[in-house]
Design a protein around this ligand. Structure first.
Ligand SMILES: [Mn+2]
Length: 225
């Protein structure tokens, strides 16, 4: 089975409970659509756990995008240049401190492994099942055009933009996104997965006191913690 979840934001207990709930085994795959870290306390703990599971495939979110250059410089004990300093400030405003605090408590080899792991996060994934095709990204496809290839979108288009959930982007594919908590999309989807207009939005706002959602792409069954 293929599962998708997103925006864990350091909610380690909910993450572990979800793995048990979906009974993830080595024949399954779990895609995590970014924003594993920040805001909540357990981001580093989640990363260390994900790293041990080859059937978890991580995609990059805007929080990993902010964190990686800053943590790389910190780890190398390099001074922050102007660009990284700006990024550092932006990251701190967006809940990066919880991650930074725990990162610097790790020993050098663990820190190195975390950084190497963050480098492997992909920008998008395409999943073809018998009758359905899914495009997985963290945030959306800004500057969308029907015949544009996924490789032609910029990192910002994929990771930082907002989706228009009222509009179907593809006729023949379902766009699966995190980043935008579903309670901000439609009041009927508080703490629930939004599934409409060839969209599946799976950030159910765990860090905002709602739920952690997970969907099985084969059956479209939804799971909540
Ligand atoms: Mn995000």
């Amino acid at each position: 089975m293929i599962y998708v979840m997103s925006d864990l934001h350091g909610c380690y207990d909910e993450y572990r409970t979800m793995l048990e709930k979906i009974n993830l085994n080595c024949n399954d795959k779990l895609y995590i659509l970014g924003d594993v870290i920040d805001r909540g306390e357990g981001g580093i703990k989640i990363l260390l756990d994900m790293m041990t599971r080859p059937n978890i495939i991580p995609l990059r979110g805007n929080h990993e995008l902010m964190a990686l250059p800053v943590l790389t410089k910190l780890n190398a004990e390099e001074n922050l240049d102007h660009t990284t300093m700006k990024l550092w400030q932006e990251w701190m405003v967006n809940g990066g401190n919880a991650t930074k605090k725990d990162f610097i408590l790790q020993n050098y080899s663990k820190r190195k492994r975390i950084l190497d792991y963050l480098e492997t996060f992909s920008l998008y994934e395409i999943i073809k099942l018998e009758e359905k095709e899914f495009v997985l990204v963290h945030a959306g496809l800004s500057n969308f055009s029907q015949d544009k290839k996924l490789s032609d979108y910029s990192t910002e288009d994929i990771i930082c933009g907002r989706c228009n959930y009222q509009k179907a982007y593809f006729d023949d594919k379902i766009l699966v996104t995190g980043h935008t908590p579903t309670f901000t999309i439609d009041k009927n989807y508080h703490g629930r997965i939004y599934s409409k207009n060839n969209h599946i939005a799976i950030d159910c706002g765990a860090i905002y006191g709602y739920t952690l959602g997970c969907i099985c792409l084969n059956t479209l069954e939804e799971f909540y913690v």
